[in-house]
Design a protein around this ligand. Structure first.
Ligand code: GDP
Length: 191
């Protein structure tokens, strides 16, 4: 791969309810850090990251756009979706409502984005969950969406699925990698 800066540039969009952790996932991916109290008015809107998919021998530049600030008036412009190859559809595992709302975010994506877009459902904030059978602990919350339920819905909708934490970093890069592998596979198959 010597001499090659990257083989592909892929546009990703990150969507889902306000406060599920979209900006935090983007900051974690591009900056390897976590902000406990990000300023919501200064939501990160764009981040870029090089990732390597070793088995494909490919370097991919991800250009990721966050829906910062657009949740409240959901008329997101078409330019936001245009050219996107991948989408992270994010909910918070401790918020049932954010999982319910993921359905309408998916409807938006399907209306506006390319039909071949690869979408990965991301259950964020798993670091917050109280373990099964454990008593409550400071700073922890009850999980409101089970892994099984989310996995089943993702399967029904043809979405990839992962649970992650922008706080600990668990599965954040893996989520983008999983989606990227799927996109490269589609490119190879000419889809
Ligand atoms: P956005 O509105 O979807 O972009 O959400 P933000 O990234 O602004 O995050 C909303 C709040 O949730 C902030 O206080 C974050 O620090 C917090 N947060 C985001 N991701 C996580 C996570 O994985 N774990 C925990 N414990 N908090 C998170």
């Amino acid at each position: 791969m010597a001499g090659v800066a990257w083989h592909y540039v892929l546009k990703f969009i990150i969507t889902g309810d306000a406060a599920v952790g979209k900006s935090s996932l983007l900051v974690r991916l591009t900056d390897q850090r976590f902000l406990a109290n990000p300023d919501p008015t200064l939501g990160v809107e764009f981040g870029s990251k090089l990732i390597t998919i070793p088995e494909e021998n490919k370097v991919v530049k991800l250009q990721c756009w966050d829906t910062a600030g657009t949740e409240s008036f959901r008329s997101i412009t078409r330019s936001y979706y245009r050219g996107a190859a991948g989408c992270l559809l994010v909910y918070d595992v401790t918020s049932r409502q954010s999982f319910v709302d993921a359905r309408s975010w998916l409807t938006d994506v399907r209306e506006h984005a390319d039909p071949h877009l690869t979408c990965i459902l991301v259950g964020n904030k798993i670091d917050l969950c109280i373990e099964d059978g454990a008593h409550s602990a400071p700073g922890k919350r009850r999980r409101e969406v089970s892994t099984d339920e989310a996995e089943l819905w993702a399967k029904q909708e043809g979405l990839l699925f992962v649970e992650a934490s922008a706080k600990s970093g668990q599965n954040v890069e893996a989520a983008f990698e999983q989606a990227t592998r799927d996109i490269l596979d589609k490119i190879r198959r000419g889809v």
